[in-house]
Design a binder for this molecule. Structure first.
Ligand SMILES: [Zn+2]
Length: 248
């Protein structure tokens, strides 16, 4: 699988942004282990392991995984990895029930129907279905964030509800980079052109609430955006948010 890895090193350790052509994840690597942020589709479990090896780590070193949100393309790989490796999975308190699959707040065949005729949407579906896009397995023992300062990389959660009701972003790399999940992305196979943007209403639980949450991201001093979809984006978060809001 084609993995694009961007690495930053600072006081809190090394931060690795892993981008694929469908979804991204982040590795926070420190002397006391690894924190993962998201884990791709179910079919990405081996790619997550490969990305850890490429940065000189191993899945046995994962101490915890954090979810930006509990959609299958962010959670599914973690479900598979948990079958082999022991680590805790944490989410925002408002996202935990979603991660446990007490309910599912995700686009489905009916909600996708209005756009499913578009060639780029069909191409995207043909890529994600083999990765396990329809898998509904959850993580029954996901729990609310503990004090994240004690985890490798010391990520700082930033509430960003809207895409899902308990979506979270994270400041990483000592505040240099913002992991924005699906609150703010830089490209998506179903849209054009690339650039900072929000996912469309088909994919977003509460678009107005998501737009309001972008102010929490714009208020950070991060200079690098590590989104859930699309490549990294360099610049001020205020600029990224303004560009996304201007697209509507
Ligand atoms: Zn999502």
């Amino acid at each position: 699988m084609d993995l694009q890895i961007t690495s930053l090193t600072g006081a809190s350790g090394s931060t690795h942004f892993v981008a694929t052509d469908t979804v991204n994840w982040v590795i926070l690597q420190a002397d006391d282990g690894v924190t993962l942020i998201d884990g791709g589709y179910p079919g990405h479990a081996d790619a997550v392991t490969e990305s850890l090896r490429r940065v000189g780590s191993a899945p046995e070193e994962i101490r915890a995984a954090l979810l930006t949100h509990a959609h299958v393309d962010h959670l599914g790989g973690l479900v598979k990895l948990r079958q082999k490796y022991a680590f805790d999975v944490y989410a925002d308190p408002h996202e935990v029930a979603h991660a446990r699959r007490d309910y599912l707040e995700q686009a489905n065949a009916a909600s996708l129907a209005p756009i499913a005729w578009q060639p780029r949407v069909l191409r995207w579906l043909s890529r994600i279905l083999p990765l396990g896009a329809l898998d509904k397995t959850g993580l029954p023992d996901a729990t609310p964030f503990p004090d994240l300062a004690g985890l490798p990389g010391a990520p700082v959660p930033i509430a960003a509800p809207g895409h899902t009701r308990g979506h979270s972003a994270f400041l990483v790399a000592d505040g240099e980079a913002l992991v924005s999940g699906d609150a703010l992305i830089s490209a998506h196979p179903t849209t054009t052109p690339p650039g900072p943007q929000c996912l469309g209403p088909v994919f977003t639980h509460d678009p107005e609430r998501n737009a309001a949450s972008l102010e929490n991201l714009a208020a950070t001093d991060a200079r690098l955006l590590f989104p859930g979809h699309g490549p990294q984006w360099a610049g001020r978060m205020r600029t990224a948010v303004d560009q996304a809001l201007a697209r509507g």
